[in-house]
Structures are given as structure tokens and as C-alpha cells.
Write a protein that binds this ligand. Sequence first.
Ligand SMILES: Cc1cc2nc3c(=O)[nH]c(=O)nc-3n(C[C@H](O)[C@H](O)[C@H](O)COP(=O)(O)OP(=O)(O)OC[C@H]3O[C@@H](n4cnc5c(N)ncnc54)[C@H](O)[C@@H]3O)c2cc1C
Length: 289
Amino acid sequence: MAEKITAYRFDSLDQTLSQLNQEDCALIAGGTDIMVLHKSGRGVPPKIPNPIIFIDHLSELKRVYQNQKDLHIGSCCTYSELLEDPLIPQPLKNAIKTIAAPAIRNRGTLGGNICNASPAGDTLPLLYVYNAKLLLRSVNGDRVVAISDFIQGPRRVGRNHDEILAEIILPSIFAEGAHVVFEKVGNRNADAIAKVGFAGYIRMKGTQIEDIRFAFGAVGPTMVRSMEIEKKLVGKNMPLSVADLAQVVAAFDKIIKPIDDQRSTAIYRKTVALNLLRYFLTMKQYQPN
Ligand SMILES: Cc1cc2nc3c(=O)[nH]c(=O)nc-3n(C[C@H](O)[C@H](O)[C@H](O)COP(=O)(O)OP(=O)(O)OC[C@H]3O[C@@H](n4cnc5c(N)ncnc54)[C@H](O)[C@@H]3O)c2cc1C
């Protein structure tokens, strides 16, 4: 017979946070990662070591709204809900469309993708280049942390046990002029885990680069991003000289250190990642005529 576990489903976020303050519980949003992580066998319920709290139904975690130039996304919005929302930027919708199949997209949440902290999480490269901030809520108040500080390693995040990720904030996303690209390379267009993920963000002033950001997924323990490399490109004119392009590619060649695993080889991942970088830096859309 299956073991019984304690499960809570409160009506409000406040009640949920209060329980979380008293007891170390496992949070379940869509359950599409956590159920797989704790699976114990065919036809047998998963063995989750702690009591569980469902949070997927909490209206406080399902709002999407604009605050000045920032976009706030409730952590428990499912992918299917985000695809329908007019405020969600197209590059994020493009990334979501590559995730799993509709059944998983009906359950899986953006907050779950972040808190699961998989190196191959498909939304993560984009959230890094959007400089996403995370609003964490507990009975003791709120704190806001950069996504790059929150995600510390594979399946490792800087969340205190009494905290819930409430919102994902994309700062200044409604400011004009940035060109954002998302690319995923897997065995097929969707319903496949990424071999490589890539996001690029560029804002130009005339022919000059005003802001530029890159993040690579599935080629390291967390997303690979380098502010140092990005800074060196600010102020340069497009198209980049052959020497500048070669320098950026060589700099990422040094810091991208993928592994061989059941999905791909390190050499394939590195080659594809650098090709995506070259492709992004030479795209026609923001090159002067
Ligand atoms: C068949 C299948 C295919 C998949 N394909 C893809 C794919 O192509 N790309 C991809 O990126 N992922 C994929 N996934 C993984 C998964 O669907 C996503 O990572 C999804 O976003 C997880 O969201 P969830 O709400 O289901 O998370 P859950 O499983 O509910 O939670 C994941 C973890 O995050 C914690 N958590 C969740 N929400 C919060 C919160 N608000 N605050 C604090 N902690 C929280 C949970 O406690 C748990 O530790 C796939 C999964 C399956 C089963």
C-alpha cells in the first residue's frame, strides 16, 4: 500500500506562507519536475520526503501586469496561460513553444522552471538576458534578487525554506528598441530537452551598440553569461570588424565548458553555441544598410 503523506492546499498565499514558516514543506506548482524527481516506480506514487503544499491555484501567484516599464509575471502562471497573454514578449513565447508538449505546458509554470534550476531549463537563457529579478515572499516580508544570484547550480537555488517565489520581474521590458533572440537546439523543434539554448539581447543607437547581453543554456552547471565580454562590445559599431567578432567568439570559447551526456557531446555543444553567437552578432535586422 502507498505511504500516506501530508498535503496542504490553502485558499490564500498568506495561509500558505504561514504554514511554510512553521514547517519545511515541498512546494508543488505544476508538479512536472518534482513528481519526476521523486518517482519511485511504475504505478507507484512518488515518494516526497516532506509534507507538500500545492500553490498552483493561488490567484496571488497568477497575475501578469505592467508596472511602468517593467513586466511582472506571477510565478504560477502556466506556459499555456503565458502563451495567451498579450503582455508576454514574443521571444519568451517562442521559448515556451519549444517546451515539452501541450499537456506539460498546461501544468508547468515559469516559477517551476526557475526553482528547478536545470542547466537545460528553456526559459532561463532569456530570463538572464532580460536581467530578470525575482520577488521572494515570506511571512517576514519580501526580497528581490537577481536570477543570476538566485540560481546557484543544478537544482540549487538561494531560497529560504519559508519563502515562495511570487513574481518574476522583467525590468524595462516596455522600453523601446531592444532586439531579442531565443534559439534552442534539440533533437526536434519542441518536446525535446535542449542540447544548447541561447538568448541574445541588443539595443542599438544608430550604428552603435548601446547594450548587449548573451546567455547560453545546457553548456554548463548554470547559464553562461559574461558581463565582462558584454561590456567590451558596448560602443562598438555594427557590423563588427572581423577581428572584434573573432575576439568575442574566442572569449566565449574559453568560458563555455560543456559536458558529454546522454543528450549530446561536449564538442557538438561548444560548436553549436559559438555558431549561435556568430549568427546573432551578424543578423541583418540590426546591421546598418
Ligand atoms: C515530459 C516532460 C517534458 C519536459 N520538457 C521540458 C522542456 O522542453 N524544457 C524545459 O525547460 N523543461 C521541461 N520539462 C520540465 C518542467 O516541465 C519545467 O521545468 C516546468 O517549468 C516546471 O514547472 P512546474 O510548475 O511543473 O514545477 P514543479 O515540479 O511544481 O516544481 C519544480 C521545483 O520548483 C519548486 N517551486 C515551484 N514553484 C515554486 C515557487 N513559486 N516558489 C518556490 N519554489 C517553487 C518546487 O518546490 C520544485 O522544487 C519537462 C518535464 C516533463 C515531465
